[in-house]
Design a binder for this molecule. Structure first.
Ligand code: MN
Length: 153
């Protein structure tokens, strides 16, 4: 961690915060569509090949629909929601685990009337996400249940 006097310990704080960890907007670059998400980087270190982050999506919000070569390992820590992984949508509850394989379309939605918070383990060095083309979106929407998911229903 980059904190000047960081000694390896961070206390948990109320509201899924950790001492000295900045809560950031999900993505700095404004191009990818997403809504109402924050990101906290809990562990990042030059000696680690991975990073552990905590994301929180406010009720009604969603992550970017994207795919990439790198893998995600996700554990739900707060609330409920739904995810799309590949061709499947799946309701999410606390402590569920979701692995997202390379080049698999994925999106998380806080569509159960509450915030959805999750840990996400990811490669420290990783490729840039791809966004769906209009053609990709049409193919996804043709899968039973996916259009409803993407429309937030
Ligand atoms: Mn991703």
């Amino acid at each position: 961690m980059s904190g000047d006097d960081f000694d390896g310990f961070r206390d948990a704080e109320a509201g899924f915060r950790w001492a000295g960890v900045e809560r950031l907007n999900y993505k700095e670059e404004g191009s990818a569509p997403f809504k109402a998400i924050s990101r906290q980087v809990l562990f990042t270190d030059p000696n680690l090949a991975g990073e552990l982050r905590y994301f929180e999506i406010e009720p009604g919000g969603f992550s970017t629909l994207e795919r990439h070569e790198h893998v995600h390992a996700v554990m739900i820590l707060r609330g409920r929601g739904t995810c799309l992984v590949g061709e499947k949508t799946r309701a999410l509850e606390i402590h569920d685990l979701v692995t997202i394989a390379p080049w698999t379309w994925h999106q998380f939605r806080a569509n159960a009337g509450e915030a959805l918070g999750f840990l996400c383990l990811v490669n420290a060095r990783r490729d840039r996400p791809q966004l769906p083309t209009a053609e990709d979106l049409a193919s996804l929407r043709a899968i039973p249940g996916v259009a409803e998911f993407l429309d937030g229903k």
